[in-house]
Design a protein around this ligand. Structure first.
Ligand SMILES: Cc1cc2nc3c(=O)[nH]c(=O)nc-3n(C[C@H](O)[C@H](O)[C@H](O)COP(=O)(O)O)c2cc1C
Length: 184
């Protein structure tokens, strides 16, 4: 069984990304995986300053000292990382992109802390409209360059009615499929 880390890039606790994460967790739990969800909006995570000078200290891979250290600890424990995000400008939310950028410090410490090593990744996206494709393209490329298994994606589209937040069957199925199939 895998340990799964979900990085939640939504700032709305009762909206669509959160609903997708709940469905995903149910699916993953149904086949015995353990899941940790990190709500990035509750953490103090600064933007990457681009110094390319991290990796000197295993406990604090980044030169900045903030709540990213908690994310590094969970990331190191995880076999699979799920990027869960609202679609903002056809891309990740700033909250999530910030955390992704800061993961680079792990590779500065040791390349295999970020790249390869049998890791898997998946994407959950909630979108007001119907075009998550640019984000899909980025995610697929990121999986390729990080040499992670691309475990798939789920989307909830047309998220305009906050009074009618649905269960997300695709997210459930994605959670339940972890460990069962691998996309090329
Ligand atoms: C700053 C901002 C940018 C957005 N950009 C897009 C977009 O490019 N495409 C789209 O379909 N929806 C866009 N939306 C709508 C969100 O994707 C939608 O409200 C989504 O449900 C938010 O996730 P949440 O329900 O977890 O908060 C945007 C919303 C905001 C606030």
């Amino acid at each position: 069984m895998s340990h799964i880390l979900v990085l939640n890039g939504s700032a709305r606790p009762n909206a669509f990304t959160a609903a997708m994460i709940r469905s995903f967790c149910k699916g993953a739990g149904s086949v015995g995986h353990s899941v940790t969800v990190i709500d990035l909006c509750k953490l103090n995570i600064h933007s990457c300053i681009g110094c390319l000078n991290g990796g000197k200290d295993k406990e604090h891979p980044c030169v900045q000292r903030d709540d990213m250290d908690a994310v590094y600890a969970e990331f190191r424990r995880a076999d699979v990382t799920v990027f869960a995000t609202p679609l903002f400008f056809w891309s990740y939310s700033g909250l999530l992109k910030n955390a992704i950028d800061r993961l680079w410090a792990l590779a500065e410490f040791e390349r295999s802390e970020l790249i390869g090593r049998g890791r898997g990744g998946a994407l959950l996206v909630a979108a007001g409209g119907s075009h998550p494709e640019p984000l899909y393209e980025h995610f697929d490329y990121m999986m390729k360059r990080l040499a992670w298994k691309n475990l798939g994606k789920a989307a909830l589209l047309h998220t305009d009615d906050m009074q009618a937040i649905p269960e997300c069957e695709d997210a459930y199925m994605l959670g339940a499929s972890i460990g069962k199939r691998e996309e090329p």
